[in-house]
Design a protein around this ligand. Structure first.
Ligand code: LUZ
Ligand code: MOS
Length: 756
């Protein structure tokens, strides 16, 4: 395929003309929603008094749990989450009542007049405390292979420890929002910033007790999501929908940054204990690991996130004897939720921390140690899925060459012996990331394609555009099947009337699933047009077999006579005249997936994405600050649909992960209040923190088994690369004090504490 640098949204974003929800002018009679939020993390509700707020002129209505026509329930996987809590407040910032007024500031002022009487209960905030009380959404999950106890007993060396990683705020540019518009016959249209139109529709229908077909969900595009709108968006969409349904007026919910940061869940913090057995060469023979996560007040996606963490506790390494257990713990924090990587970064961080400790104990080179342990083709993962084609050793070889590793190591050593107040360090992380929703039923997608009479194409898929350019990738697929220039294909908003029952755009599968559905729709349409094309060519004297028709360059012709051509638009016009359908529906499901949760065995993934990264950092021993000097990434990406877009995803994921590992911190006070709720106290990386020297090599591979046209997913796997920076900082710290314990994230404060 011709690799065309093409990006549907690029120009729109750069010129400020891309349109987001709530960019449209306010609708006539539209009401603004503002909320009364729980002032404490855990409490019994005694009385909620809305009378003063409701009496303010200009307040249309104050909505509470008592007004919900159907189920006061928005839980999806587990039904444990009320829209408005009635008896028990479960987290600080939980909405308890909604004020609707024509003026936003008036709504905000009125919300302040709501009075709550409550009896405070002790909040559970920490993983240990929740685990000790048995506060789990479901019992422990386990994956096991071989005989761990025996292998640990027989190992030449063992190590054990506890490894923690921290929360991360999504910090999508566009906050949570929804505009709900009532329609004829008690129908409702939700323009909502969600990754999951299906979930919003389904949950809304239960809340309002109306059928799903009365609820239309439309998503034009999102200003970033990163998992923070896979589930969390449902609450705000249902609140807007409820308001619009009750008042029969348009209602807009639009959170401020502070409301969003205070009330929405984060990446799950994990605390994991482990024991590892290995030989003198550093080859791991046994791993016993227990992953505990802080899930927050409601189950949300915590179980699936824990499961993905279990699936990635091996990362890139073949371990013959492994026991991987996990428990997701309920606490009184906003429900922690999906965030790029979905538990995998937390699982990978643990095994990589173990690798560094083995290297330190045995005095081995961290890159060689890893190379010595990586999967070879055909090895089994702890959950019994064979790693079909492992190129991890070769990718690490490439990384070694690209970074001039041996020379770089010497330079770092020389620097460290020359400098009193600065140190350098190297960090290396490989990745093997499993692609597919681990909930097998979600691995399905649909696409609807129309060709209009002028030959231009309208495509709707279930893929939500959130900056990752799933729309460009789907357009590339259709362009390839129908031989059309990309400008002839318009990718529409997501809309439940055009594509129903769409899985969330998540799990890095957006382009795989929706691209395949689009491919199938385009192939059907092409097959509908082929008989018409043969007739038209026959009139030009070409007798063409059905298999010999080619669609390319906006034209159709026969391989036997490329000189006789028909314009695509002329073909479409002819097809219309001949009453041939000019629409097609494509449906795709990922083949070969199965997983037995009881036994912890199966094939949860369609394929893996592999790669590796190396980072060189310098720390200032007086301030604790670090700088990333150089980064090298080697990323295997199958037969990419767009290397330019993939490169953007790789660099973006790396920088976002570097933020998690080094500068983003979410301290809470002892009452469960997040202390960083806006950008003045929460720092995400910007171009300033992006290393100037960042070399990304995208390695193609003939992975026909991967996905659409042999391409591979890109959204989440490269997030793992940022961990290399944390390990580089740790190595710089260890060069001063080999026994130092570095916290996560490696903030300047953490570095100084470790150096003490
Ligand atoms: N969402 C989900 C995900 O429901 N299941 C998954 O396996 C997943 N993986 C990554 C991101 N979101
Ligand atoms: Mo996700 S963490 O919405 O793929």
């Amino acid at each position: 395929m011709k690799k065309q640098p093409f990006h549907i949204s690029g120009k729109l974003h750069l010129t400020g003309t891309s349109r987001f929800i709530a960019d449209e002018a306010p609708l006539a009679g539209m009401l603004h929603a503002k909320f009364f939020y729980a002032p404490v993390a855990h409490a019994k509700v005694l009385e909620l008094d809305i009378s003063k707020a409701a009496a303010i002129p200009g307040v249309e209505r104050v909505v509470t749990a008592a007004d919900i026509p159907g189920d006061n329930q928005i839980g999806h996987v587990i039904k444990d989450e009320p829209l408005f809590p009635e008896q028990e407040i479960m987290y600080l910032g939980q909405p308890l009542a909604m004020v609707l007024a024509s003026d936003e500031l008036l709504a905000e002022d009125a919300a302040k007049l709501i009075r709550l009487e409550y009896e405070e209960l002790p909040p559970l905030l920490e993983i240990d405390a929740a685990d000790a009380k048995g506060e789990w959404y479901i019992p422990e999950r386990k994956i096991e292979i071989g005989e761990v106890a025996k292998a640990l007993a027989e190992a030449a060396f063992t190590l054990q420890g506890v490894t923690e990683s921290a929360a991360q705020e999504h910090f999508y540019m566009e906050s949570q929002r929804c505009r709900a518009v009532p329609g004829e016959g008690r129908t409702l249209t939700l323009y909502t910033a969600t990754q999951s139109t299906m979930e919003v529709q389904e949950v809304m229908s239960h809340v309002l007790e109306i059928p799903s077909h009365h609820i239309i969900v439309d998503v034009p595009r999102l200003g970033g999501a990163f998992g923070g709108k896979e589930r969390s968006a449902t609450l705000w969409a249902c609140l807007a929908g409820l308001g619009a349904f009750l008042t029969q007026k348009p209602v807009q919910v639009l959170l401020t940054r502070e409301e969003d940061m205070r009330s929405t869940g984060k990446r799950h913090p994990f605390k994991s204990s482990w024991k590892v057995g290995f030989d003198a060469s550093g080859r791991i023979s046994a791993l016993d690991i227990e992953l505990l996560s802080n899930g927050g007040a409601y189950a949300d996606l915590s179980i699936a996130i824990l499961e993905r963490a279990l699936f990635h506790a091996d990362n890139a390494y073949h371990i013959a004897n492994a026991r991987i257990r996990g428990r997701a713990c309920r606490t009184n924090l906003p429900p922690n939720t999906a965030f790029r990587g979905f538990g995998a970064p937390q699982g990978v961080f643990v095994i990589e921390a173990i690798m560094e400790r083995i290297a330190r104990k045995l005095g081995l080179d961290p890159l060689e140690l890893r190379q010595n342990n990586v999967y070879r083709s055909g090895d089994l993962t702890p959950y019994g899925q064979p790693v079909r084609e492992s190129n991890l050793r070769e990718l690490l070889d490439k990384l070694r060459r690209n970074s001039s590793y041996d020379k770089l190591k010497e330079e770092v050593q020389a620097f460290n012996s020359d400098h009193e107040f600065a140190r350098q360090g190297l960090g290396i992380v490989p990745v093997k990331f499993g692609i597919s929703f681990t909930t097998a039923l979600l691995n399905q997608a649909s696409a609807l394609l129309w060709v209009y009479i002028d030959g231009s194409v309208s495509l709707t898929t279930g893929g939500v555009e959130m900056g990752q350019e799933v729309s460009t990738k789907c357009a590339l697929v259709v362009s390839r099947v129908l031989g059309l220039p990309l400008q002839r294909i318009r990718v529409e908003s997501n809309n439940s009337q055009r594509v129903g029952n769409a899985s969330p755009t998540a799990a890095s599968t957006g382009s795989d699933l929706n691209g395949n559905a689009a491919r199938i729709a385009a192939e059907k349409l092409r097959d509908q047009l082929i008989p018409v094309a043969r007739e038209m060519l026959a009139r030009q004297g070409v007798d063409c077999g059905a298999g010999e028709i080619r669609f390319e360059d906006n034209q159709v012709w026969c391989v036997s006579d490329p000189d006789q051509r028909v314009e695509f638009a002329a073909l479409v016009r002819e097809a219309y005249n001949a009453r041939v359908p000019l629409a097609a529906y494509g449906y795709y499901r990922t083949p070969g997936l199965h997983f037995d949760r009881e036994r912890g065995q199966g094939n949860p993934f369609h394929y893996y994405v592999c790669g590796c990264a190396l980072a060189q950092v310098e720390i200032d021993l007086l301030s604790g600050e670090h700088r990333v000097l150089k980064t090298f990434i080697v990323h295997e990406n199958g037969n990419s649909l767009s290397e330019e877009i993939d490169r953007g995803q790789i660099i973006g994921a790396f920088v976002q992960s570097a933020g998690w590992c080094t500068i983003e911190e979410l301290p809470q006070d002892e009452t469960g209040r997040y202390l960083a709720v806006n950008p003045s106290t929460y720092k995400i990386p910007t171009v300033r923190e992006t290393p100037i020297h960042l070399e990304v090599e995208i390695v193609p591979a003939g992975a026909e088994y991967a996905s659409v046209f042999g391409s591979k997913a890109t959204g989440e796997p490269p997030y793992i690369y940022g961990l290399a920076i944390w390990f580089a900082i740790q190595n710089a710290v260890w060069s001063v004090n080999p026994a130092a314990e570095l916290r996560f994230p490696a903030t300047p404060e953490a570095v100084l504490l470790a150096l003490e």
